[in-house]
Design a protein around this ligand. Sequence first.
Ligand code: URA
Length: 322
Amino acid sequence: MSGIASRRAAEEVVLAGEVRINGKVVESLGTQVDPEHDTVTVRGKRVAVAEHVIYIIMNKPKDYITTAKDEKDRRTVYDLLSIRERVFPIGRLDRNTTGVLLFTNDGFLATKLMHPSSEVKKEYHVSIDHSLDEAHRDKLCKGIYLEEGKTSPAEIVPIPGTKSKEIVVTIHEGRNRQVRRMFEALGYEIVHLNRISYGGLTAAGLAKGKWRFLTNQEIRSLKSLVGQSEGTPSASRAKTSRPAKRPGGQFGNDVKTGKPGKRPNGQFGKDTKTGRPGKRTGKPTGKDVKTGRPGKRDENTKHTVETKARTMRHRRSAGIGH
Ligand code: URA
């Protein structure tokens, strides 16, 4: 959540003895840290959990590189971002690729979105130097061999009226320069490459070089792509409460094992007799999302309203009720 490494890679960093808490090398995984009082360093550099999680969408222009610093002093996408928080891109775009580029400091979500197993859809508008052959289209659809192995099946849809020189390509992976390499492998030169969408989010209304914060709905939709529902861990919660155990099934996977978690009985649980989703009988029993403490049950408190809204959403997504 500090943007240092993925969960798994972080374990390796710990085991390599590169992490210190208050100057002492950490020797075991699962060591607890109090972010308010402990000083954590990785390879001698202090790390901290971001206080505010932010999510940004940019319409990347040509001639900007997706890196924080460039040794050749070329323009970078960070030259376009006027924010104080340190954010990192969710996947990169080549210097000459334009379009949707997301940024965040929510390492948990970013790692999940970029992981091949999440199969997040990326849609590209590709302009090539000569018409796409039907046989080549077939090959691209089925997957072709690149240096590191076969690509997963892609959707390849030529745009009518372009003599098959403009194509919408949808892939579910995010290998380095993947689209360019797919076409180059078959003898095409890419004239222009524009990412139309990432995980369903588009840059509609954003001029080239402009960016904006994602709306809450967009953040929720990204989280839902990786089975992360509200109340699951992200850097925003890390400061105030420990990540809650996530209920499983349609509410997502266990954050530790990656397998569907057990659904607790209770307000979302199954009726123990019938095995069907049970009706909620009691008052909200959830914890306050900010403090992690049991919420007040006063009908007029914000907590109750939030809990109700959350419950309704969960019930809807679980097909309970309607
Ligand atoms: N594929 C590419 O080849 N380049 C990009 O920038 C993104 C996907």
